[in-house]
Design a protein around this ligand. Structure first.
Ligand code: NDP
Ligand code: 2IT
Length: 447
């Protein structure tokens, strides 16, 4: 990095100390923005990047709720309204004990660039709570969601800020959040995405992130005249994103050989397909752990405790759980084992050191803000359907999703092409995402 960008990053570090995930995301993008600043000084003088990394608004609030035994609990709720340059703030809500300001600011910042890549009119935001949904009853989840919305409703709206799901927030939670918003505002509007199909949801939204990642992998492989047919794929996690990816991978002839939880991974050499994917979905929908019951039910599967799935020989690795879940050692193992492609389905799942190893070894690499944009893209399509008060068919939504993922791949190639003809997808995604937001900010003046 040149001296002025180093100074900028040092300032961001000083101002946001104690926010390592946010700083990690900013630093990664800064390296790409530097190239833009060098080529187009007007962005530098308008201090576009400096403005982009400061949230437009941060909302933090108390979420009191009562458990089934009558005991009172207090959690912390957040909404980071990062950028409205391209449209209403848009991004998920995460309910997980690890949630804090740093994690949500990193996710909100990534979301701004990701949403820009989709070409839809959506700004970026993220929110959530340090509430742990694991082991909670349905009534406890409902009371928590209602209390969360009792405060959040003041700040959101279909043209202002449109939250959705993320870790720990799926269809059930979106239902309870929507119900409470409707009661408080006396309005039935598309204020959240990921809604139920009978009350404004879009077909394909639950599958969209996983499907989109697989469409992106298909594009990556095609640049080397490869396809998914017969490929061994290692997935981590067993949540919504892993489920959608497994479904599309098995449909396209690849073999999913691993899933994982925080305690270790499952290896299933016969492949996670058909009934096994449905089984995983059913357990997850009822908020149950998947790993132990899977191994119990399908005797061909083995559980490997305390390890990451990246030690298994695979052709393609798709991390689908959480940030920084694939580190330097994992990346080295993947390279040694002749993996050809690492595509990020979770947000920022590879550490910066891992990304460097993967890229230097010449593996195909799909960065999260490009590869996992299919989820928010279909959320954007859900907003369009709500605005038009109609519903598209499964085929229509899937076709649009597929086109959006292909276009994102092309944007990465266009902006990431290097002199030697290879493509730096991370740089391509960062620059393409940045430029659209930057131009809109300049058009809209200093606000
Ligand atoms: P889910 O809650 O459905 O699943 C999350 C999965 O990751 C679970 O298997 C969970 O296991 C595991 N996990 C969560 N936290 C940790 C942790 N700290 N360490 C290890 N494993 C963990 O979430 P999603 O599938 O929706 O999200 C997965 C990833 O994809 C996240 O990074 C999310 O930000 C990203 N994403 C999601 C989109 C969406 O539309 N849902 C869109 C784009 C990206 P356990 O429950 O046992 O903790
Ligand atoms: O990280 C993400 O893109 C999401 N969790 C989906 C956000 C959305 O608004 O659908």
């Amino acid at each position: 990095m040149n001296a002025s960008m180093q100074e900028l990053v040092a300032g961001v570090k000083e101002k946001n100390s104690g926010q390592p995930e946010f700083l990690q995301a900013v630093e990664e993008v800064a390296a790409s923005v530097e190239l833009v600043y060098e080529q187009y000084p007007e962005y530098r003088s308008a201090k576009v990047f400096e403005r982009m990394i400061e949230p437009e608004r941060v909302i933090m609030f108390r979420v009191p709720w009562m458990d089934d035994q009558g005991e009172i609990h207090i959690n912390r709720g957040f909404r980071i309204e990062m950028s409205s340059a391209l449209g209403p703030y848009k991004g998920g809500l995460r309910f997980h004990p690890s949630v804090n300001l740093s994690i949500l600011k990193f996710l909100a910042f990534e979301q701004v660039l990701k949403n820009s890549l989709t070409s839809l009119s959506i700004g970026g935001g993220k929110g959530g709570s340090d509430f742990n949904p694991k082991g909670k009853s349905d009534n406890e989840i409902m009371r928590f969601c209602q209390s969360f919305m009792n405060e959040l409703f003041r700040y959101i709206g279909p043209n202002t800020d449109v939250p959705a799901g993320d870790i720990g927030v799926g269809g059930r939670e979106i239902g309870y959040l929507f119900g409470q918003y409707k009661k408080l505002k006396n309005e039935f509007t598309g204020v959240l995405t990921g809604k139920g199909l009978s009350w404004g949801g879009s077909l394909i939204r639950p599958e969209a992130t996983g499907f989109g990642v697989v469409y992106f992998v298909t594009e990556l492989l095609a640049t080397r005249q490869e396809s998914l047919e017969g490929k061994r794929v290692a997935l981590s996690g067993f949540g919504n994103v892993a489920w959608g990816a497994a479904l599309k991978l098995s449909e396209l002839g690849a073999k999913v050989i691993t899933l994982s939880g925080p305690d270790g991974y499952i290896i299933d050499e016969e492949g996670v397909s058909g009934d096994k994917i449905d089984f995983m979905r059913t357990l997850r929908m009822s908020n149950e752990d998947v790993v132990a019951p899977y191994v119990h039910k399908f005797s061909e599967a083995k559980f490997v405790s305390g390890k990451h799935p990246w030690e298994v020989q695979c052709d393609i690795a798709i991390p689908c759980a959480t940030e920084n879940e694939l580190n330097e050692q994992d990346a080295e193992l993947l390279v040694q084992n002749k993996c050809i492609c690492v595509c990020e389905a979770a947000n920022m799942p590879c550490t910066p050191q891992a990304v460097e190893i993967i890229q230097n070894a010449g593996l195909l690499y799909g960065p999260s803000k490009a590869a996992n944009a299919g989820g928010v893209a279909v959320s954007g399509l859900e907003m369009s359907q709500n605005a038009m008060k109609l519903m598209w068919s499964r085929e229509e939504v899937d076709k649009r999703l597929h086109e959006i993922m292909k276009a994102i791949h092309q944007l990465c190639v266009k902006h990431g092409q290097k002199k030697d003809g290879t493509v730096d997808y991370l740089q391509g995604a960062n620059i393409a995402g940045f430029l659209r937001v930057a131009d809109a900010m300049i058009d809209q003046g200093l606000v």
